[in-house]
Each structure stands twice: as C-alpha cells, then as structure tokens.
Design a protein around this ligand. Sequence first.
Ligand SMILES: NC(=O)c1ccc[n+]([C@@H]2O[C@H](COP(=O)([O-])OP(=O)(O)OC[C@H]3O[C@@H](n4cnc5c(N)ncnc54)[C@H](OP(=O)(O)O)[C@@H]3O)[C@@H](O)[C@H]2O)c1
Length: 286
Amino acid sequence: MPANFKAELVGCFGQPVAENPTGVMQEAAFAAAALNWRYLTIEVAPDKLRDAVQAVRAFGMRGINLTIPHKVAVMKHLDAVAPDAALIGAVNTVRVDPDGRLIGENTDGKGFLRGATTIGGLNPKDCFAVVLGAGGAARAIVAELALAGAAKILVVNRSVERGQNLVSDLAAKTGARIEFEPWRGTFAVPGAADLLVNATSIGLFPDVTSMPPVDFSGAGTWLLVSDVVFNPPETPFLAAASRKGLRTLDGLSMLVFQGVIGFKLWTGVDPDESVMRQALRRALGV
Ligand SMILES: NC(=O)c1ccc[n+]([C@@H]2O[C@H](COP(=O)([O-])OP(=O)(O)OC[C@H]3O[C@@H](n4cnc5c(N)ncnc54)[C@H](OP(=O)(O)O)[C@@H]3O)[C@@H](O)[C@H]2O)c1
C-alpha cells in the first residue's frame, strides 16, 4: 500500500480560545481509534470569521467547532443549518456532507441529554424539567428537552425579558409546554420535578464558591440535579444536592458527550467516550 502522510483536519474557532480543552479530548479519541486526524484550536477574530470558513473549504477540512463569539455569526457563512440548530439559533459544530457542503449542527443540548439519559438515568419523554438560566446553554438544553417530548419545562431566569423571549419563542416553534418564572431570591425546587439544571454561569472559575440560590428541601428523591459548569466540575451546587441525597450529573458530561456526537458526525465512527473523559480530566487537572 502506498504511504499516506496526509492528515484529516478539524478544529475550533473562537476568541478567546486558548483555554478551550476540546482539542485534547478529540485528539485522544483520534489516537485511540487509530485515525490520522488533527484538531487545531484556532483564534479567529469576529471580522475574520468569513475568511476562516473559506479556509475550511480551501483546506478540505472535515469539520469545525465554534465557540464564543462565533456560534450565531457562523450561520450565514454555511450552506445549510440542521433543523434543531436552526431552532436553537446557534451552531457549535460544522460537518461536511458528501457534496462538500458545510452543514451547521448544534450538539450542546444533545450532549447534555445523552449524559442525562445514559449516566443520569433520565427518561426525557414526559419528564418535568426545571432549567435555571436563559442564555445560550439553557436555550440548547430547553430545545432538545422539548424535541425529546418533555411534559413540562420551567425556565427560571434573573432577566425577565431574556427568559420570556426564550420561552415564547421555543414554545411557539416546538408546541411543547414551556413556562417562565422570574428568579427572585431563593428558588424552591418543585416537588414534581424530575430534572433540575443549572444552565447559568454561576460557579464558573474563578467564581468557584458561588452557587445558584436554590432550596432543595421540597425536591423528590428521584430528582436528577445537573450543572453545565465544567471548570471546576465539582460545583457547590452539585455538592449541596449530593448532601440532600440527590443524584447529580456534572458539566464534564455535557462537554464530553457533545464531543462524542461531534466525533461521530465528522468521522462516522463512535469514539471511546472514556478516553475522551480521561483526557479532558487530565487537561483540566480535575
Ligand atoms: N458543559 C458544557 O459543555 C457547556 C457548554 C456550553 C456552555 N457551558 C457553560 O454554561 C454556562 C452558561 O453559558 P452561556 O453561553 O449560556 O452563557 P450566557 O449566554 O452568557 O448566559 C448566562 C446565564 O447565566 C445567568 N446568570 C449569570 N450570572 C448570574 C447571577 N449572578 N445570578 C443569576 N443568573 C445569572 C444569566 O442570567 P441573566 O439573563 O439574568 O443575565 C444567563 O441566564 C457557562 O458556565 C458555560 O461555561 C457549558
């Protein structure tokens, strides 16, 4: 067989991007699958995004991740956007279809749901989910919960306008029962809730001692408590839930599974999830 020294390229565009750990877990999975693929973590300024997407085409790259501030802006440079990414209104993963077209996908909410079902044991169909926050991460999670058939989704957010906009938009587009409650003081977890997600940035480094003001005393014993904050993964919010005897799911899970789904979209093969998780933990020192 002739030698083949050509690597397939994927990567991530963001600004800032230097602390984004995704490349470490994807490269570990490529090595474990014996794939000659490289993941490049690339700083792209907003006014260079169009050129950067042209470079994806010019280099014949196999895909790209987008992070802050490109998740929305990238959409106008793509050939098509998958229906759920269009519903979320943001793209975190681009794949290349067999005709060479760049297709926008969003794996954030799907990654969350994969972790909640496979590790957390949640059945999203007919569940009652409470989502704290109404930013990009919350929107992706609410959209995927709605598409998965949740019976009721309650969005709780400090900014009333932001929360109401998310709820009215996604309720109208999915037909799901999605309600809004303004976050004032301590939020009391409803006894019927099956899932509680902190989708705010409270607890994110360097603010590692903060936690969302939540009263778990009325929670059912079956409640799954989850956090999107992954650095550090052991947040005070999850620690408080554990002390109440509740099951928890950390933010590493969402990050790993969005990468697992992205890997499959790009390569067509399932990666070794445990290899990705270990690489990520090592990279983050957690
Ligand atoms: N694990 C993963 O794979 C993954 C993926 C994506 C994002 N994330 C994490 O998700 C978190 C949110 O990201 P995002 O992109 O959704 O951010 P975002 O769009 O800026 O939204 C931030 C949200 O947090 C709320 N918030 C922030 N500080 C608050 C405070 N002190 N009290 C009450 N609410 C507060 C905001 O409420 P207002 O609307 O009232 O301002 C808003 O709802 C970040 O920590 C990010 O690292 C994790």
